[in-house]
Design a binder for this molecule. Sequence first.
Ligand code: PLP
Length: 472
Amino acid sequence: MYHMNTPILDALTRLMEGRYTNFHVPGHKNRNALIEWSKYIPYIDTTEIEGMDNLLDPRGIIKESQDLAARVYGSKATYYSVNGSTGSNYIAMAAITKPGDKVLVQRDSHKSIYNGLVLNRLEPIYIYPNYSEEHHLLTGLDPELIEKSIQDNPDVKAVIITNPNYYGVCSNLEEIVRVVHKYDKVLMVDEAHGSHLVFSDMLPLSAIEAGADIVIHSTHKTLASLTQTSMIHICSDRVDLNRLRECFNLFTTTSPSYIFLLSNELAAAYMDGEGRERLDRSVDKVEELVRRLKDIDRVLVLTKEDDSTIYDKDITKILFRLEGMTGSHLNRLLMEEYDIILEMADYYYCLALTSLMNQDRDFDRLVLALEDLAKRTPYQEINQVSLNILKPLIRMNITESFYADKEIINLKDSIGRVAATSVMAYPPGVPLLVPGEEISQELYEHIGLIRKNGLEIVGLMGYNKDQIVVIK
Ligand SMILES: Cc1ncc(COP(=O)(O)O)c(C=O)c1O
């Protein structure tokens, strides 16, 4: 039928025919959600013809649908976005700032926030999250630290935070909202991993409920929606809706997919009905699963009660370890020997991302696999490595360094030079270094230690990843 090979089709066909247990995004868990998509595609893949609407200037069915979603979410206005929370973050950051503005930014932000700083030519002041040395985890932001940073930088325009973080840890949002609004600043919350929170009283507070001004959701991560779907929620008068619309146009394709728009609509519609009850049931099941996992010898599950620096924790993201094994090793064994695919693993932890679409048998398989591994794998002492983020000296603005002349040099010769690229341990993808920051001896040694312990570093160059891009 084709002369060209079709590696993507081949891999997806294998995936479709395979049977594995899904603890990763997208939140629909490869289960047909809400409608029989195969009956509709490709007929529904359409454009702005008669009877349809225009996402870039919605006045008909898209406007109506977005207004309904706003009611379901309890926002003032909701926008369907088709380039993930990545695109939504660019739009939101542009809408609440002007080039050159100072913004407070949580240091363990996703790379889309860093890209947004460059695209919108902003000047970031970083706020560092807490790190639990005991549990080797970034554990959220102190509202007091945000207040202090605003007092030190009274000219900041907005505060941009992430909640929950990738591990499901939540900060005290109500207090953060109070502090940010006390100084009349705008609070943007990248809640990419929290589009489900508003629908259950058993889960941490959503940024929408807490009173943030603008909130970003990846509906595809934790609800039954297709990859790339996202929503932007405006929750206060601090955000100008006309400006938001202009910025939406700046960053959005003129051919948005109706498949994504429909998927966003269905995700919201489902949560306005039986989805809520299904989510509550699913949280009950996860709580039971956590109890079963905690009963297994050597298995540790981190919940909010375990660490005093954790304000709240989204339990649907199950963070667990097997004593005597690294997280990445455990992740590999679960995948290769038990066909269980997790969202991610770092040096210490594995993260099983559950959603309302997971079924009892998924949970049973995870318990059986861990019981088996706990019994049959040897206990090996693992080195203690701190995954805390250092605080590099900022020598140049992130945007200027993005556009500056660059050169590639050996990492070992880079101490004292200014980075022109981001360097991060992956996962979780939190940057150790961002463009414009100085490469210190301490950072060089930290990178060496991380690599020696088998963690992947993204952002280095060369076959052996022993080179780095710096400012000339
Ligand atoms: C905190 C956070 N923000 C934004 C994004 C980007 O979301 P998307 O993949 O929907 O573009 C991610 C993706 O993992 C994320 O973890």
